[in-house]
Design a binder for this molecule. Structure first.
Ligand SMILES: Nc1ncnc2c1ncn2[C@@H]1O[C@H](COP(=O)(O)OP(=O)(O)OP(=O)(O)O)[C@@H](O)[C@H]1O
Length: 384
């Protein structure tokens, strides 16, 4: 839908903010522009809606040169969200959200209904509609900013560091909300951030820019993690690249073992029949209670006060191998607890089994991708 074709931006003082940048931004997905301060992310974003005009090169929207349509028409097809939301302080939340519909000549009631619908969509309590921006938290204001950008239902959303000014917990909530909204609405989103973890979490495609506005790498996040193009990208990705890449491997192939799982009050015979040194004890519904050392389980009467904590279980097939590994590392016995969607234990998995699954996933990704390209299995995000 959006093609940036060999675009350069030279500001009047001679600064080259963007240097011969070419990017194909796929439809209905999130493309993230990431890179250090001053590498031309904001300039690139603003060239898409012509708040900044390129010095050289062309930006094509649906195959047509963006300069050929009136700038107001172009901007109405593109919602724009900025850091700190940029709300009109003297207008209520509902009026802020209804800004563009009102400009487009919608009646008061229709615009108000639309604002209420959007507040719900972005997770805002409708009772906030009559408040002013200063009466909202930073996170709530960002949600209003997103709702306002969505108001006239534009196919494209341009987002410039929209979540940078809020604390990490609120930020995670806003990111999750954006992914959910994107699932429902299927917008074409171009998202600017300097945070590589945010880029990896949100991006279908990630463009890493370096100073001077040059493209360092353009790839799906799993490919960035597995095959950074050069030392700059590798440094920018930071530590734990291997561990973070495990987020893209599903855990479906892990087969949880059930012989070390026993219900509370199991008989001595049942316990004696198990060779495992630690047993996971469950309640009557099959939910985990904790770990017990086998030799402590005499007569099957397990006192729940003596159990070791079971840590954080994972759901095979839903969570990634990263979550499964984390589960095993956090477990006092080194075994991860597998549960179904209702939290009932389906078995336990050792670190060794997870290690084997990681090696198998690497081999499969390498084989599927052939020389130098990412395997399909890697390109799909896994929930956990
Ligand atoms: N109006 C302008 N006139 C001159 N130079 C500018 C102008 N706007 C931006 N620049 C310069 O262009 C370069 C790219 O700026 P830009 O804001 O696009 O970077 P960025 O990657 O978004 O940075 P940040 O992450 O710090 O927001 C910088 O060197 C900046 O100083």
């Amino acid at each position: 839908m959006i093609r940036i074709d060999s675009v350069t931006k030279r500001y009047p003082d001679g600064t080259v903010a963007v240097d011969r940048l070419s990017l194909d931004i796929p439809d209905r997905s999130i493309t993230v522009l990431v890179g250090p301060s001053g590498c031309g992310k904001t300039t690139t974003l603003r060239m898409i809606n012509r708040m900044v005009e390129p010095t050289e090169g062309t930006i094509l929207i649906d195959g047509e040169d963006s300069r050929r349509q009136p700038v107001t028409t172009l901007r109405r097809s593109m919602g724009y969200v900025i850091q700190n939301a940029g709300l009109f302080q003297h207008r209520t939340i509902a009026d802020n959200i209804a800004t563009v519909p009102r400009l487009l000549g919608w009646g008061k009631q229709r615009a108000r209904d639309r604002a209420a619908e959007l507040m719900e969509r972005v997770g805002l309590d409708p009772s906030l509609a009559g408040r002013y921006p200063y009466q909202l938290s930073g996170g709530q204001q960002q949600r209003v900013g997103v709702a306002r950008a969505l108001a006239a239902d534009p196919p494209v959303l341009l987002m410039d560091e929209p979540f940078s000014a809020v604390d990490p917990v609120v930020r995670k909530g806003l990111q999750d909300e954006l992914l959910r909204i994107q699932d429902e609405l299927g917008k074409t989103i171009v998202f600017v951030t300097h945070d590589i973890d945010e880029a990896i979490k949100l991006g279908t495609m990630v463009a890493v820019l370096r100073e001077g506005g040059r493209l360092a790498q353009y790839a799906p996040p799993a490919e960035l993690l597995s095959r950074p193009a050069d030392g700059f990208v590798e440094d920018f990705l930071g530590a734990d690249r291997g561990i973070r890449r495990l987020s893209f491997f599903p855990s479906a192939a892990l087969e949880p073992a059930t012989d070390a799982v026993i219900p509370a009050g199991a008989t001595a015979e049942r316990i004696a029949a198990t060779a495992a040194p630690h047993l996971l004890v469950t309640d009557a519904e099959g939910r985990p209670l904790g770990w017990a050392a086998r030799e402590e389980l005499t007569g099957g009467d397990v006192g729940t006060d003596r159990l070791l904590p079971y840590g954080r279980p994972f759901v095979p097939g839903v969570d990634s191998l990263r979550t499964a590994l984390d589960s095993a590392v956090l477990s006092p016995t080194g075994w991860a607890v597998a549960v179904d969607g209702d939290g009932r234990v389906t078995g336990v998995v050792s670190q060794q089994t997870i290690g084997e699954a990681i090696r198998a996933a690497h081999t499969a990704a390498h084989t599927a991708g052939g020389a130098g390209t990412a395997g399909r299995a890697e390109d799909e995000k896994v929930a956990g």
